[in-house]
Each structure stands twice: as C-alpha cells, then as structure tokens.
Ligand binder design. Structure first.
Ligand code: BCO
Length: 575
C-alpha cells in the first residue's frame, strides 16, 4: 500500500505557499515571534517550492523502511499532495472542524506524518498516543479529550472497539491497514480517491495544535496542550543551532510517535531544515536492528533516549560510516555512557532536556564546550539570559519552592519564566485542569518538577524528580497509574510503586506489594510474573513493574499516606 500510495502520486497542485522567505534565512529573530504560523504551509510547502525551483536535491523528505524490505520515499511535493488529501478526508468525509480533537494512535508508519500534517493544515488538534496503550488507557484518553475521531492500526482496533460505546463524542474511526474492517473507514483507500486541492488554514501562532498526555505523581495523565508555537520554535535562529541540520542530512528519530520527542525530533526539526527524515517501522525494539540500519543507510544524525544508546553499547558495534551527530534525551545520561559512546563510535552524544510540557529546552549545542554529565544550557527562547541581562523576559533558571531564583550551584527546581510573557512553544495549559495548571505555576515560573543545579556558565545538571514520578528508559511513569493497575489484581491488598536503579534503563518501576491473606502462601516468583503480566494487560506495558517485592506492610505517615520517598531512598541506597 505504501508503494501504491507512492506510485499514485500525481503532479503536485499549484503552490499556495505563504512564506518563501526561507528556512536558511528565517524571517523572525528569537524574540520577534510572528502572530501567524502554520508548519504545513510555512515549512513543508516552502520546501515544495524549493523542489520545484531545483533548489533542493532529489533526496526524499521521508524515507521509511521496515524489516520486510518495504520502503517508501516521498518528496515534499508528494507529502504535500498526500497530506492535503488527508486534510480533505478529515474535514469532508469525517466532518471534523478546526479545534476538534483527533486521537492519533499509530506506530511508525508513513500515514502518521500525513495525518499529523492533515491536522495542522485544518487546525484539527491531534493527540498522539503510543500503540502500547490498552483499552482502559484509551477509554480515559478518548473520554477526557472528547476526541471526535481516532486513527489507528490493526493491533489497537480491538482495544478501541471494546470501549467505543463509552465514548459518546467519538464519531469517526479511521484504520491504517492493508485490509478494510467493518465499522472503520479505510484511510489508505480514502487517500487514493481524495482531492489533493486544499487551502491550509491561517493559524495564529497561539492557536492550539497538539495535545500530549503526561503523567504525574497523583491522578490520571493530564493533557498538556501546545500551540503552533511548538513547531515554530524549530524555525527560530537559535534553535537551528541545536542540530545544525542541512538539506543533505538524513535524520533518524528513534522515538515512538506517541511522544513529544518524536513530534519535535521526527517532524518539526528535520523538515524545518529540509532534510531527509528516516523512519524505521521498528514494531519491536531491537538494538541489532538499529545498528544494522545505521550501517546500511546514509544516516547522518540520530536522536534517541539514553536507554537506546545503552542497549546499543551492550552489542558489538562497528564504526558507523555516515553517522556524524547523536542526540539523546528523556532521561539522564551517565558520564561513563557518554565516554563509552565516544570511544566506540568516535561520535559525541549531545544531551537535550525537555518534557511533554516544554519540548526541547536545554541542549549541548554542537559548538559548545561539553561538560559530561550536564544536559547543556537553555536554548532559545529559554536562553539563560539572566547571566548577561537581568531584564530578560524568558529564561530557564533554578528556583526554590516559592519561585525565587537560586544562586549558581544551588540545588532547586528547573523553572521556566512565564511572566510577564509565556515563551513560545511552552505548553499553553493542562486542558480542563486549571488546578494542575496552577499547581505548576510558581511565582513567575513554570515549575518543571525536575531537580537540578546550574553552574556559573549556565550549564544545567539534572538531579532527579521532586515528586514521585518515575523516569524509566525515557518514559515518564506516574506511580499511581501502576498502583491502580495492581489494585485490580485479587492478590494485591495494597502497593507502593517507586523508581529503582537499573544499569540498562536508568530507572525501572518497582512495586512493593502487600498480599491479601489467601495469596501469602503462593509461590512468590510465580506471583511476580502473574502481577507483571496483569499490569501489561491492563495498562500500557512500558509501565509494568520490572521489580516486585512482597512486604508485610508499607511505610505510612500518621495520616495513612504511603511514604514512597522512604522506599525510593532505600532503593537508591540512601538509607
Ligand atoms: O522488556 P519486556 O520485553 O519485558 O517488555 C517490553 C515490551 O516487550 C513489551 N511490549 C511492547 N509493546 C507491547 C508489549 N507487550 C504487550 N503488548 C504490546 N503492545 O512491554 C515492555 C515495554 O517496554 P519498553 O517500551 O521499554 O520496550 P523495549 O522494547 O524494552 O524498548 C526499549 C526502549 C529504550 C526502546 C524503550 O524503552 C523506549 O523507546 N524508550 C524511549 C521512550 C521515549 O522516546 N521517551 C521520550 C519521551 S519525550 C521526552 O522525554 C521529552 C524530551 C524533549
């Protein structure tokens, strides 16, 4: 089907490009933010024009492969054509309008990029989700977002169909598959017959574009809502310094398309630069497959969570012929890992830092002195300007619990100044959750909840979370989500879930479990496997407790609150 989509592509329609000023010479500086911005018309359609004028080579804009030998190569013209068709399908066939919500639960298939762009062209707000989500996760997401449409693939269909009757807002189900299915619209055949003529909306930079669900210590995941400013950020001159991508580069973002890292690293960054985005379907992660791809394809840049690089380092790795730069973020990278990667590959591993709420905010830029163990300095528009300019409006710094700026080398929370001006690209708010939105506002700052120090040169050193959130292999996992899943098992009287150190995944989820009396005599190894399997079945499996310890009771405060911090400290050997 991918091949047939490729072959089907007709001549591109007349260009309706709104900005021909060029990404090589951006028309905005870091502070002068335009009122209107749309990634599809300003960036993608700009490269269509460059292709037409012969100012961009024949390299594909999207290069997708899988393990079965299938391959898709699309130019920007083809991407424009196909994403305009998707835009028409969304607005005409599905009757969706600007501001409606669409859940995008697809693996790494080319249609993810077409639907994302189709949404951006129409102003439909898309909500990416990993295909690891299970029925309950999906039910919650569809209900709280009131999504009117969902786009998914075969492996997730039954999870969605099992909850769809409880989602009154959901009107349209679109399937990306090689076959059609009753009750589902077949996106691939719709694309073939849709019109490629579409006029992109004129979106305001502050109009909503995308929502990411993000976990916290308590409650269910929140909806971090982002504007088109998230995509605009990749366009700003200082941001261009982050990866310094050229049109001839081939960029691979290994992250699952459910996460913000994939939106920024696998969509906005590479296409703003006009380079080739390489995508491997990777239904199951296997470091050998990554190594093989890095050897066989002309990949120049790669971005992935530290766990991915750690897992690659556990293999025998040769020198990669074309790879020049690697970037990593989502969890801490140890100094030893940085050194080992450099020694074995000859390539530097540049750290980035960000959250679903923030996108990339700090980085070790290519021209910067590297201080191993530091995740670099704030990047535009979050630059550490206080060092030079006390009146700077937007910057990242270290704050105390009241929002006071702390002196260099003092531990506190990473704060992003939001008053008087909220920086472009920072999330707008947690949708329908003013209480949580207010909770993360701390004086003039957005409090990331990440503990760190900053040295006198503005380098930031990550220390950990200030709450009970677990950062495991690049995932942000709320302990209560795992505890709720465990509570559904008859063996579990109560549980406390905390992070525990792990040589490969940085941290893993550990569950301390108090068993109900009838289960106390059961084989504990067997019970551990059963509980792990149970969690994998009822919620996204990346959250399952890789360690389980059965305990007679949990440490609690006088008021009965579980002392997770005490358990966590024990795990990290601090007690
Ligand atoms: O390890 P196990 O085999 O016991 O279990 C794994 C999977 O095999 C299994 N699984 C996956 N899909 C499943 C499934 N089981 C049932 N049904 C399914 N549909 O469940 C476990 C999932 O764990 P995993 O995802 O960690 O899998 P894996 O294969 O070990 O992958 C390793 C990594 C490193 C590739 C993976 O952990 C990963 O992708 N990590 C990075 C996440 C990421 O991209 N984070 C960035 C977030 S955005 C951000 O931080 C902001 C930065 C600006």
């Amino acid at each position: 089907i991918h091949k047939s989509l490729h072959a089907f592509h007709p001549a591109p329609p007349p260009l309706r490009c709104q900005s021909l000023s060029g990404v090589g010479a951006p028309r905005w500086n870091d502070q002068d933010i335009p009122k209107e911005f749309n990634f599809a018309s300003y960036v993608v359609d700009y490269w269509v024009q460059m292709e037409k004028e012969g100012k961009r080579g024949p390299e594909p804009a999207l290069w997708w492969i899988n393990n079965q030998g299938d391959e898709v190569k699309w130019s920007f013209s083809e991407i424009k054509d196909l994403s305009c068709r998707v835009a028409n399908i969304l607005t005409q066939t599905c009757s969706l309008q600007q501001g409606d919500h669409l859940a995008l639960i697809l693996p790494r298939v080319p249609e993810w990029w077409l639907v994302a762009l189709g949404c951006i062209r129409t102003g439909i707000i898309f909500i990416p989700g990993t295909t690891q989500l299970k029925a309950k996760d999906i039910l919650y997401r569809l209900q709280v977002s009131k999504a009117k449409a969902v786009v998914t693939t075969d492996t997730v269909v039954s999870e969605i169909d099992s909850v769809v009757s409880e989602c009154p807002a959901l009107k349209t189900k679109l399937l990306v598959s090689d076959h059609s299915l009753h009750g589902w619209l077949d996106l691939r055949s719709l694309i073939r017959s849709a019109s490629p003529e579409h006029t992109c909306i004129k979106s305001k930079t502050k109009d909503p574009m995308i929502i990411f669900f993000t976990s916290g210590t308590t409650g269910l995941p929140k909806m971090a809502k982002h504007s088109h400013g998230l995509a605009l950020r990749s366009y700003l001159p200082t941001c261009r310094k982050l990866m310094r991508l050229k049109k001839s580069d081939v960029f691979w973002c290994v992250s699952d398309p459910g996460w913000i890292l994939a939106a920024v690293g696998g969509l906005f960054e590479p296409w703003t630069a006009g380079c080739t985005l390489f995508i491997h379907h990777l239904p199951q992660f296997d470091p050998k497959v990554i190594i093989k791809a890095l050897l066989e394809y002309p990949i120049t840049h790669c971005i992935a969570a530290p766990s991915v690089f750690r897992m690659i380092l556990q293999e025998k790795i040769p020198r990669f012929p074309t790879l020049k730069h690697c970037f990593t973020g989502g969890e801490s990278l140890l100094v030893e890992e940085f050194e080992k990667w450099k020694k074995q590959t000859g390539i530097l591993l540049h750290e980035i830092y960000g959250q679903s709420e923030t996108g990339v905010t700090c980085s070790v830029l290519q021209e910067m002195k590297i201080k191993p163990g530091s995740m670099g300095k704030a990047i535009s528009p979050f630059d550490v300007q206080f060092l030079k300019e006390a009146s700077a409006k937007n910057y990242i710094t270290i704050i105390d619990d009241k929002g006071n700026v702390l002196p260099p080398n003092t531990e506190g929370n990473i704060g992003i100044r939001i008053k008087p001006t909220r920086p472009v690209g920072l999330f707008m708010y947690y949708k329908d959750n003013p209480q949580k939105t207010a909770e993360v506002e701390c004086g003039e700052f957005y409090n990331t909840g990440d503990r760190a120090t900053m040295d006198a040169e503005g380098y930031i050193w990550f220390l950990g979370r200030s709450d009970d959130v677990i950062m495991s292999s690049g995932y942000r996992i709320g302990p209560s989500e795992v505890e709720n899943a465990l509570a559904e098992h008859p063996a579990v009287a109560e549980s406390a879930v905390v992070s525990s150190p792990d040589p490969t995944r940085g941290e893993v989820v550990k569950a301390f479990v108090v068993l109900n009396p009838p289960f106390r005599s059961h084989d504990q190894n067997q019970l551990t496997k059963e509980l792990q399997q149970h969690v994998r079945a009822v919620t996204a499996p990346y959250k399952y407790p890789r360690k389980v310890e059965f305990v007679p009771e949990l440490p609690k405060t006088i008021t009965g609150k579980i002392k997770r911090a005490e358990l966590r400290k024990k795990e990290f050997g601090q007690m």
